[in-house]
Design a protein around this ligand. Structure first.
Ligand code: AMP
Length: 216
């Protein structure tokens, strides 16, 4: 089963993708995570992407399309994957369609996570993750049970993304509305788009996604 999670930054795509990974034995393909790894490794792609990411702008389509195509070819994706953060432009959506056709793969569902803009800045600027296991937390909505200790692995180091500051978040939201939201009609015209209420609690959103996956 190959699934796309679509939605603005902070909609909860990463959180839900991690749950789908466990429940359905799928692989989360987060293009943001891949780019952050490329930046950390100092690769050519990372060097090209860093300034754009820091400013909240999108990385060029050709780089993203090549990156995701290579990743889908890895053996661990054979059992199905969740795209989180890709496609982000109509050109990427079209390239994904031809890429999947060439690879003999199909999309099961495209799930839109609907969230109002006004809550996204607060969601994003408060979030942090465990440096050891990647578990996600939030200063107000999801604190570790014991302050400073990861509920999941007991790790005591946490990190925040460089682009999760208010100015960059606003640019990322503009990029979403200008470049990514136009993909929604592209998928609804094909009849594969289903929406869930991303404003609901995390478990409720997971239930809605499961309903969509079960019904498709
Ligand atoms: P994310 O972790 O999905 O919020 O992505 C972080 C940043 O990585 C974005 O603000 C973009 O600069 C870049 N990025 C991630 N995915 C894409 C994509 N599909 N196309 C272009 N840029 C991307």
């Amino acid at each position: 089963m190959n699934v796309i999670l679509l939605g603005p930054p902070g909609a909860g795509k990463g959180t839900q993708a991690k749950r789908l990974e466990k429940r359905h034995k799928l692989v989360q393909l987060s293009t943001g995570d891949m780019l952050r790894a490329a930046v950390a490794s100092g690769s050519e792609l990372g060097q090209k992407a860093k300034a754009l990411m820091d400013a909240g702008h999108l990385v060029p389509d050709d780089l993203m399309i090549a990156m995701i195509s290579d990743r889908i070819d890895q053996p661990d994706c054979a059992g199905g994957f969740i795209l989180d953060g890709f496609p982000r432009t109509t050109a990427q959506a079209e390239a994904l369609d031809s890429m999947l056709a060439e690879k003999g793969l199909k999309l099961h569902s495209v799930i839109e996570m609907k969230v109002n803009d006004d809550i996204l800045v607060g969601r994003i600027t408060g979030r942090f993750t465990c440096a050891k296991c990647g578990a996600g937390y939030h200063d107000s909505f999801q604190k570790p049970k014991e302050p400073g200790v990861c509920d999941n692995c007991g790790g005591t180091e946490f990190k925040r993304r460089a682009d999760d500051n208010e100015a960059t978040v606003r640019t990322r939201l503009e990029a979403y509305h200008a470049q990514t939201a136009p993909i929604l009609p592209y998928y609804s015209d094909k009849g594969v788009l289903k929406a869930v209420d991303g404003m609901a609690g995390i478990d409720e959103v997971t239930d809605q996604i499961e309903d969509v996956l079960g019904a498709a």
